[in-house]
Design a protein around this ligand. Structure first.
Ligand SMILES: [Zn+2]
Length: 476
């Protein structure tokens, strides 16, 4: 632990990064994508001071005050920093927790400046404080509680097993008290447990997020105001009464044969009803769609994986662990026409919810199935364009203004005067081509400029550390 701390400290010194001492920066001749609308303001001067966006003006209107570090951003595009609204770290359970600081740093080089961690631990709460105070360099962190589940399904289960109303009620009070930002639900909760959880969450004013139990069903969870991950139980809620089974492709049904045939029994009235209900109750969905489509509809080929940035990041045994269900599934995959129908149905649900209420957020579910920090979020945004059919502007909303709205941040998620300076500078215009998010020239993190070269140093250091991280013995 000491060695890592010392290393991070040296990194801060050598890069001149310190999130407490806030910089004064002038980005010259930049094209601003405010994300307030889909317009691009060309040839702007953006002044950043004390962590905030101080001025946005046409470049020839004002002089740059002395002391400001000038950055020539001619022909480049400035947009808000991206949010990944569904993440986990490998150090949660698969590698030693001393590697956490390295995992944290990686998403910065992809312009992902906020991480929402979905199964929280006390270490994450400490991490949040360490980053906020400037002790280490990393994205802003939000932390969901340890999971509330009816079953303890893993050797390293991080959460509480909930069997009745009182246990549910008390677990929420406990985690809310400890400072977690959300209550995270996973598998198999019964109705009594769920009612206890919802009652306490309403009293505490803490949002409930996560999976939808098959025992509770989608309509109840929507009416209870729960926010939903992975579009859980939507595929089950739209099956017609004539189908041979009522188990759909939401949860573990996806690994079985019969649930795939429910795709031939989709009830369009039910489909419309659950979309309307979602919109009416203001439910936020983080579909983690790339993960589901690339895992179960269109296989990521071996060569695609080997060419991905994730491949060089991790050791062989960690990669093998992350991909263990891939082989099992693709040894005997469902028929292609069903897999295409699966993709189209999920796309339809996401697009309709987005068009009617906008309450869709981008999340990668990193590191599952080898979709990692930052790069996983880029794939989710591309999926929203190519598979779901959103425009690049709409896709970018799901990782900027939408999460800011969800998190009640009234000065983040846009490039506007007086807003927090968490920004990404891109070489090309992402509104024309979503692939432009890959080409990052630098970021502004809490008011500090970090160039592409510095980001590469951070990435290389993290890569070196993670490469040598062995799989934890409890997973072997
Ligand atoms: Zn997850």
């Amino acid at each position: 632990m000491m060695r890592i701390k010392k290393f991070i400290y040296i990194l801060i010194l050598t890069l001149g990064l310190n999130q407490v001492s806030l910089g004064q920066i002038a980005l010259e001749n930049v094209s601003v994508i405010s994300m307030e609308d889909s317009l691009v303001l060309q040839n702007q001067l953006v002044l950043i001071n004390n962590g905030l966006i101080e001025v946005i003006e046409p470049s020839n209107n004002i002089e740059i005050p002395a002391k400001y570090e000038k950055i020539d951003a001619s022909g480049k595009y400035l947009m808000p920093g991206l949010y990944d609204m569904h993440m986990h770290y490998l150090s949660d359970d698969r590698i030693d927790e001393k590697y956490m600081d390295h995992e944290v740093a990686i998403s910065l080089s992809y312009g992902v400046l906020t991480n929402r961690l979905m199964i929280g631990r006390p270490e994450h709460l400490r991490l949040k404080k360490r980053i906020a105070s400037g002790e280490i360099v990393g994205p802003r962190v939000y932390v969901a509680s340890p999971q509330l589940s009816a079953i303890s399904f893993s050797k390293v289960f991080n959460g509480l097993v909930i069997k009745d109303f009182t246990q549910g009620y008390e677990a929420v009070k406990l985690y809310s008290d400890k400072g977690y930002d959300f209550i995270k639900l996973t598998f198999g909760l019964n109705n009594e447990s769920y009612q206890g959880i919802i009652k306490a969450a309403n009293e505490e004013g803490i949002p409930v997020v996560g999976h939808v139990s098959r025992k509770i069903k989608l309509r109840t969870s929507i009416k209870s105001g729960q926010d939903i991950e992975h579009l859980d139980q939507y595929m089950d809620a739209i099956i017609s009464n004539e189908a041979p089974t009522d188990e759909g492709l939401s949860a573990f049904g996806i690994f079985k044969e019969d649930p795939w045939y429910t795709l031939n029994f989709i009830d369009s009235a039910k489909l419309e009803e659950v979309i309307q209900l979602t919109v009416k109750h203001d439910i936020w969905n983080t579909p983690t769609n790339f993960l589901f489509i690339s895992s179960f509809a269109h296989k990521r080929s071996d060569s695609e994986l080997e060419k991905s940035p994730e491949w060089s990041l991790l050791s062989t045994e960690v990669k093998k662990e992350l991909l263990k269900y891939r082989k099992k599934y693709w040894d005997k995959p469902p028929a292609e026409d069903l897999r295409i129908k699966y993709e189209k149905t999920r796309a339809y649900i996401i697009k309709e919810i987005f068009k009617r209420s906008g309450k869709i957020m981008a999340g990668s579910d990193a590191p599952e199935w080898l979709t990692l920090y930052g790069s996983g979020l880029h794939r989710e945004l591309k999926n929203f364009v190519y598979s779901v059919g959103l425009s690049p502007y709409e896709a970018l909303q799901t990782a900027t203004v939408k999460p800011a709205e969800y998190l009640n941040e009234n000065k983040s998620g846009m490039v506007k005067m007086g807003y927090n300076a968490n920004l990404v500078l891109l070489k090309d215009n992402p509104l024309e081509n979503i692939e432009a998010i890959e080409n990052i020239e630098g970021i502004v993190l809490n008011g500090n400029w970090i160039s592409k070269t510095k980001l590469q140093v951070i990435l290389n250091n993290s890569q070196q550390a993670l490469n040598s991280a062995p799989l934890r013995s409890n997973e072997k």
